[in-house]
Design a binder for this molecule. Structure first.
Ligand code: SF4
Length: 219
């Protein structure tokens, strides 16, 4: 694909903002987790897992241990057993233990509130870091999940193969005023209109700017 002109980027965000709900007051931690530690762990659990399975795994895990110290007192088998519903449980168990050990070692158990600090911790990539920054710390960051990635690259807001690259390009191209709520507009737009299969282009508020639509009409 390609990129839409710089001058159209703000218009696209304005139209999405008008058409979609933004951040709500009750938007908190990934999957509704109440603190930064649980948000990080939940994000790790969510890799390649359905929301309901992630939620079940998180519930079982935090009933077992809700702090890094308590987590490290549990053995691998107990952690793996608790998080079994979300799949990849052996790898996720190793990541959780490494994350807890590093958090205690480097930050005395307190989750850092910077992207660099978060991403330096085992098991935390850009997506998790941005989700925690946005939801838990309330920062003006557009976290990029599969919906946001798809929508941005269809329209031509970004031209990126990976979600991490999309996040970096959005940070450069999105207007400052769109950073606080942009994630929420884009994700709702991706779920309601620009769906993965059969997007509803005839109802789309940015159809006049969309490169994907333009290309599909040319064929
Ligand atoms: S025109 Fe279609 S493909 Fe383009 S952003 Fe709108 S819904 Fe998505």
């Amino acid at each position: 694909m390609a990129l839409i002109p710089e001058a159209e980027v703000a218009t696209v965000f304005r139209r999405l903002a008008d058409a979609m709900p933004g951040r709500t007051l009750d938007a908190k931690g990934p999957k509704g987790q109440p603190d930064a530690f649980r948000s990080c762990i939940s994000c790790m659990l969510s890799a390649q897992s359905l929301d309901r399975n992630t939620a079940a795994a998180a519930r079982a895990l935090f009933a077992l241990a809700a702090t890094p110290e308590a987590m490290l007192r549990r053995d691998d088998a107990a952690i793996a057993d608790a998080i079994r519903p979300c799949g990849l449980y052996n790898m996720k168990t190793r990541n959780i233990r490494a994350f807890c050990a590093a958090l205690l070692d480097r930050h005395s158990g307190t989750v850092p509130d910077t992207r660099a600090g978060l991403m330096a911790l085992p098991g935390i990539g850009r997506k998790c870091a941005d989700i925690v920054l946005s939801f838990t710390f309330g920062r003006a960051v557009i976290a990029v999940d599969t919906h946001v990635h798809r929508v941005c690259n269809r329209i031509g807001l970004t031209d990126a193969k990976t979600a991490d690259r999309t996040a970096a390009e959005l940070e450069e191209r999105a207007p400052d005023w769109a950073m606080q709520d942009g994630h929420f507009w884009l994700i709702q737009f991706g779920k309601r209109i620009c769906r993965a299969r059969s997007p509803l282009c005839e109802r789309c508020p940015v159809v006049n700017h969309c490169l994907w639509y333009e290309a599909s009409r040319a064929h």
